[in-house]
Write a protein that binds this ligand. Structure first.
Ligand code: 5GP
Ligand code: MN
Length: 338
């Protein structure tokens, strides 16, 4: 099992006992783990008699709408004043699923300047030391798994509800591609076994996340693989790139390209997959990287895409046109020594 220093657990216990108003934040473009871990912690704090407000930097994908409590999350891009006020007033600020405040984008300065005590709960490498208590476990499958371990270590598992367990399961499932990567530690399944005891229906959660797409999304995937994928056998790599206009053609909504970057890895021999898409909200290119084995996506992201992440899943951005990003990828692929 993951374990954390006794002193940190006790410090967290004191913060929970003494605080009454908790703000919870996650990274921009919240994924299933960011939102699931944050909502789960909020559910549990409420069961502990605390006030807990979840703030998301921007919208989460449509296939996470069903997560219990998602509708109440405050969108900082829509309600910036409420978000900043909440962060400034909180007794305790929980920083979930990110390792540096810059991952919250427009909330960064409010997170840094918040007067309350700060607790980081995360599984990304190299956490920035900006919190009073830091629970960082890069070996964990997900931040959601850490949430369960922490609540259990605090003796609070009896205050977990089915709703919270669903959020935790969703985080663990989505951050491991439904337990197909980063999920070999036996403890992952010990946690799942515990979650099932809260009455969650794991198969239903799977369907709600992965079988919940529009016709447009499925056709966009087909189009991307047929028309917009380049394969570089000499580099064991593949690239998919999409413009805003192409996405609009398929009635794109946020989340529709989620998972697309994993697909080229289904080809025999491919170890690196890159997905470039024009950002629908900003004038830059979003970059997603996935790999298998020892190919370090995070180093590739750091060196060429102003980003970072994990060994096998990383991301970043590129300032320029889509064509320039494609050219940059092809140059980077030649130059990078994995
Ligand atoms: P995704 O491809 O799903 O957007 O991101 C995959 C992973 O890459 C994320 O879980 C996160 O760890 C990392 N990541 C994505 N975008 C960025 C970025 O702009 N900066 C950094 N440091 N990491 C990122
Ligand atoms: Mn995560």
């Amino acid at each position: 099992m993951l374990s954390f220093p006794h002193d940190d657990i006790e410090a967290f216990r004191r913060l929970i006992a003494e605080g009454s108003f908790f703000a919870l934040t996650c990274h921009t473009n919240p994924d299933g783990d960011a939102l699931g871990s944050t909502l789960a912690m909020a559910h549990w704090l409420r069961e502990m008699g605390k006030e807990a407000v979840v703030i998301v930097p921007d919208m989460y994908p449509d296939f996470l709408q069903w997560l219990p409590g998602a509708q109440e999350a405050v969108r900082a891009d829509k309600y910036p004043e409420k978000a900043s006020l909440t962060l400034s007033m909180a007794d305790v600020l929980l920083c979930m699923d990110y390792n540096t405040p810059s991952r919250t984008e427009q909330l960064e300065s409010f997170v840094r300047d918040a007067k309350g005590k700060k607790v980081l709960i995360d599984h990304h490498l190299d956490p920035e030391p900006f919190c009073d208590v830091t629970f960082s476990a890069p070996q964990a499958s997900s931040t959601a798994e850490i949430v369960f371990i922490l609540i259990d270590a605090l003796g609070g598992a009896d205050k977990l509800t089915k709703a919270a367990a669903e959020c935790i399961y969703c985080g663990m499932m989505t951050d491991t591609g439904a337990f197909t990567y980063n999920s070999t530690r036996p403890e992952v399944y010990a946690v799942i076994s515990r979650l099932l005891a809260y009455g969650i229906d794991k198969d239903r959660i799977y369907r709600r996340v992965y079988h919940n797409y529009s016709e447009g999304r499925l056709r966009l995937i087909g189009y991307s693989l047929f028309k917009k994928m380049r394969v570089y056998p000499e580099h064991k790599a593949a690239l998919i790139f999409l413009s805003k206009a192409e996405m609009a053609q398929f009635q794109y909504i946020k989340g529709d390209t989620e998972g697309l970057v994993n697909m080229p890895l289904q080809m025999k021999g491919i170890v690196l997959s890159c997905f470039l898409r024009e950002d629908t909200e900003k004038s830059s290119i979003r970059v997603s990287l996935r790999s298998v084995g020892s190919y370090p996506c995070n180093r590739f992201a750091e060196q060429y895409w102003e980003g970072g992440g994990h060994l096998n899943a990383a991301g970043g951005s590129f300032n320029g046109t889509l064509d320039e990003a494609v050219a940059h990828f092809e140059t980077a692929l030649q130059a990078f020594c994995p």
